[in-house]
Structure formats: structure tokens, C-alpha cells
Design a protein around this ligand. Sequence first.
Ligand SMILES: Cc1cc2nc3c(=O)[nH]c(=O)nc-3n(C[C@H](O)[C@H](O)[C@H](O)COP(=O)(O)OP(=O)(O)OC[C@H]3O[C@@H](n4cnc5c(N)ncnc54)[C@H](O)[C@@H]3O)c2cc1C
Length: 395
Amino acid sequence: MAKEKVLVLGGGFGGVKAALELADDSRFAVTLLSEDTDLRYYPTLYHTATGGRLANSSLPLSRIFEGKAVKIVQGSAETVDRKAKTVATKDGQTYDYDSLIIGLGVVTNYFGIPGLAEYSYSIKSQSEVQRLKKHLHQQLADERQPDLHYVIIGGGPTGIELAGALPGYLKQIIRNHGIKDRKVHIDLIEALPRLLPLLPKKVSKAVRRRMAKLGIRLYLGKAVEGQSADELTVSGKPIRSHTVIWTAGVTNHPFFKENNFALMARGKAGVDTYLRADENIFVIGDNANTPFSGLAQTALHDGEFVAQNLRRRAGGKGFRSYVAKQPVTVIPAGPRWASVIWGRLNFNGRTGWLLREAADLTGFHDLEPWPKAARQFMTEFSPEDDCPTCATATN
Ligand SMILES: Cc1cc2nc3c(=O)[nH]c(=O)nc-3n(C[C@H](O)[C@H](O)[C@H](O)COP(=O)(O)OP(=O)(O)OC[C@H]3O[C@@H](n4cnc5c(N)ncnc54)[C@H](O)[C@@H]3O)c2cc1C
């Protein structure tokens, strides 16, 4: 009997999970098409950006699928032809499918604020993280000229994680290079009146106290209006800085608009109760309009859900309906401290930090067997820097 051809677009959390779930089922021929050769493990990117290893936030797809019956192809999906059941890539390749699973993730959105795309830094990919690290070293080690302000825009989880880790990293570079008497100022800007505006108020309060303890200056309810080479304009006032890091906005992948998907809130694709956007086209993770879209845990859940339904159908059973899974949120903020929101529970501090460590370990295990997941987890504990002075000092 002919195998069902499953084409998965996107080698992120959702796409990889779906492909893994189908890999060992001989009824399917699975192809995974992704722009990257690695899965970006976003939750630890902030750590890589502040002295951690690149390997800590990057899992090679070839390693994840070692020995698995999944064809991995590198390419950029551009168009879908629903009648012909094919997907074409930017470089003109065409892939056909019986079932298509799409998990392309989101892209950075500067909301049209002038200058940000040109002058700000970001931590959404390994190359962006490396660019930021290089810049910090250039200022501190080569020019011996720390910035007046290190500015992080966005008081959501990514902004908080980075604000918590950046002071320690800057101090480390300063110490390693023997730069004397330099204090660093870190500013965190949020357009809404409180940090973590999507989470309960008590969480915002606890994290606000933690930021104050770490010496982070907060600008709440302040809107960023523009950036030039030397300064940022915030609610009409200038902040002099050459280091502005944008963590405040993303929007859905342009693939959906360009291919006439029905778009819902925040540009996400509308899906039915089986996460189907069209006949035999499933949308998962950040791309799908589901209650907890925007989290790695949701993408993993979605990938697994769609794969299980395809297996049910191949076995002559009907599809099950989607049930959204409330995620546990863990937000680290500086050394050995994290805020945890688990249903109605909220606790902060070292216990939260330990839980975050456990979450990373199990997160890696969602993608790889225990020995590989444990080795991946251990990469957290060995720092890495291109700068030879810092590399020698920290190893
Ligand atoms: C800095 C940061 C920190 C985060 N921290 C956390 C956290 O602590 N906990 C949490 O739960 N969530 C966190 N998230 C959110 C989480 O990472 C996402 O929700 C999750 O990655 C979504 O998974 P996905 O499969 O939908 O997309 P992604 O994981 O983004 O994967 C998309 C894949 O599609 C590929 N791709 C893109 N365009 C194309 C194309 N045209 N053709 C082919 N392939 C393409 C990409 O290369 C990528 O491999 C964080 C996000 C960021 C940016």
C-alpha cells in the first residue's frame, strides 16, 4: 500500500515534534522542510546571548532525526498549491503532499517605529545573538567605552530574562578585560503600565521588585518612538545608547497572508477543531489561532496532536478534537531566581529557578532521548565566548 506523504514545514518545536511522532510509523513517508539546519531552542537564547554556549540553544536536526525515517530538506517554503497539493520553495523546488503540517513560527515586528530595524539588536536567532555579543565586546574590550545605557525594549518574558542576565555578563566582560570603575546602567522599557502585562498582577509586582533589586531601571507605560545611531526616543525624551535590544514584538509568518489563509487575531491562521486550516492542511504552534499559541509547550502539544490524529485516520479511526493545554510559565530573572505560574499557583525565587532547570531538561527530552537530552542540558554549565580573553577567563 502506498504510504501517506506528510510534508512538514518548519523545523521548530511543533514541526519537529510532529515529524518525530510519525517517523517510526511505516504508513507514512515524512519530509521535513526547514530554513535552518538546527532547531532553535528559544527558551535558552537569552543565556547564549549572555555568555552561554551556542550549542545550548541550538539542536541540529540531523542529530534529532539520526536513525529516523524522516527526510530532512533545507529550503524556504514560499507558496502552496492546494489543488496540486504541492509546496514550492524560494529556490524553485516543489514538494508534494497528502497531508501538510505547517509550523513556521513568527517573525520580528517593529510596528513601523523608525530606526529600530536599522539600529537595534535582537535575540531571536543565533546570528542575532552573536552580533550582540560581538558589539558588547567591541565597546567594552576594544574601545573600552561602556554604553551610557543598555536598553532593553519589552517587559515580557524575553525582556525580563535578558534584563536579569545582562548585568552579570557585562560585569564579567569588564572584569575579564581589566576595565576599572565602570558602572553599567540597564534600562527596561515597557509600553504598558506594568511588566508581564499578560500575566496576573501579583506576578508583575514580584518581578518588578526583583528587577529593582538587580538595579534595572524601569520605564513603564512609556512608548518607544524612534531610534537613531546615538539615541532612542521614549515618550518624547531621548536616551543616549548604542545598545538597544528589541524584544517587544512579533507577528505571524508572512506565508499565511501571502497564501490566502483565513487570518484571525494577531494575524494567526484560523483553524478548526482538528487544527485544520484547509483540507489536509494543518497549522500548529505559533502560527495557529489557539488559546495558548506563542509558547514552545503549545507547539509541542500541537505537533503531537496532529500526528496522533493522522495515525488514527491511517488506522481507520476518526479524528479527535483539539483540547488546548494550559502551560506552566517559568520566567527566570537573574541568578538562581525565577517566577512560576502554575495554574492558580505563583511562587518565586530559588524553587522557581530549580523548576526552570527541570523544565529545560524535560524540554530537551521532548525532542531527544534521555542521554542526548542530558548532554544538551549540560551545555548550560560551560560558558563560551569568541573573545579569547573572556574564553580563557571563564573556562
Ligand atoms: C527569545 C525567545 C524566548 C522564548 N522563551 C520561551 C520560553 O521560555 N518558554 C516557552 O514556552 N516559549 C518560549 N518562547 C516561544 C517559543 O519559542 C515559540 O512559541 C515556539 O518556538 C513556537 O514553535 P513553532 O514550532 O511554532 O515555531 P518555531 O519554533 O519558531 O519554528 C519555526 C521553524 O520554521 C522555520 N522556517 C521559518 N520560515 C520558513 C520557511 N519559509 N520555510 C521553511 N522553514 C521556515 C524556522 O527556521 C524554524 O525552524 C520564546 C520565544 C523567543 C523568541
